[in-house]
Design a protein around this ligand. Structure first.
Ligand code: MF3
Ligand code: CO
Length: 250
């Protein structure tokens, strides 16, 4: 069942989204060779607390941290670590902010120091894939129109789209209907209606799209050890088009 949000509810989610965007802006300043994702996790916990918000991921089905921090071949749900990030790494920081009971979800990939041309292209293509998907998030389109646009673009750049993890509806709960795959056929799936709030969160791999899960039962990594990146926004479907609730102003 898809839960439609009122304008006031969307405004509440926008407050959560704005705080999340601000948190990402702070993280962007911290990412340098030598910092650990464990420090970033601690920072996020503190920062959200100071702003009277809760890191919703912590404790979600037993997930132990405020953020997911997925490095290089890790696709998603990477655990923060005390091992420093190195020059040339890429890292995706994903988090869900709960502010006054309303949620927002956004992941962002960062390059650490100087990164390879291939890594740079992966980040650029993945971010562009997110915005190409968002353009299709208009009243009357179907979920499949978003999925298809993302897949077509990513594959045209020679990369692959992860199948095992998808975007989702979001509101007072992290995961609501509908599912939002980043691959598929146009004209299929639920029709987009005013007041729906969803995430679009393509995970893009340099090599094969397949993944394996680590012994920690959470972390997904690429089967071939090649790089993976992810950008995610939470957005509302409105009469005036998609409204990005986690917009960082870029
Ligand atoms: N933020 C994730 C998403 O995009 C969910 C992370 S799973 C958790 O759906 F367990 F870490 F919360
Ligand atoms: Co997320």
């Amino acid at each position: 069942m898809i839960i439609i949000k009122t304008e006031q509810e969307i405004q509440m989610m926008k407050r959560a989204g704005e705080l999340l965007a601000k948190t990402h802006k702070e993280i962007a300043k911290m990412i340098k060779p030598g910092i650990t994702t464990y420090e970033i996790d601690k920072f996020v916990e503190e920062y959200l607390k100071e702003h009277n918000a809760i890191p919703e991921q912590k404790g979600y089905y037993g997930y132990p941290y405020a953020i997911c921090a997925s490095v290089n071949d890790e696709i998603c749900h990477g655990f923060p670590r005390k091992e420093p990030l190195k020059n040339g790494d890429i890292v995706t920081i994903d988090m869900v902010v709960n502010l006054d009971g309303w949620l927002a979800d956004s992941a962002w990939s960062y390059g650490v120091g100087e990164i390879s041309q291939e890594a740079r292209k992966l980040l650029d293509v993945t971010k562009k894939a997110l915005y190409i998907g968002i353009e299709k998030a208009v009243i009357g389109n179907r979920i499949g129109d978003i999925s298809h646009a993302i897949q077509t673009y990513v594959e045209s750049e020679g990369f692959s789209v992860v199948r095992d993890f998808v975007g989702h509806g979001i509101g007072k709960k992290m995961h609501e209907d509908p599912q939002v795959p980043h691959f598929g056929k146009p004209g299929r799936g639920p029709r987009l209606m005013e007041g729906m709030v969803i995430t679009i969160e393509p995970m893009v791999n340099v090599g094969k799209y397949h993944c394996i899960i680590d012994d920690n039962q959470w972390t997904a990594r690429t089967i071939d050890g090649k790089l993976s990146a992810q950008y995610e926004h939470t957005l509302a479907i409105t009469k005036n088009g998609p409204l990005i609730l986690t917009d960082q102003g870029d």
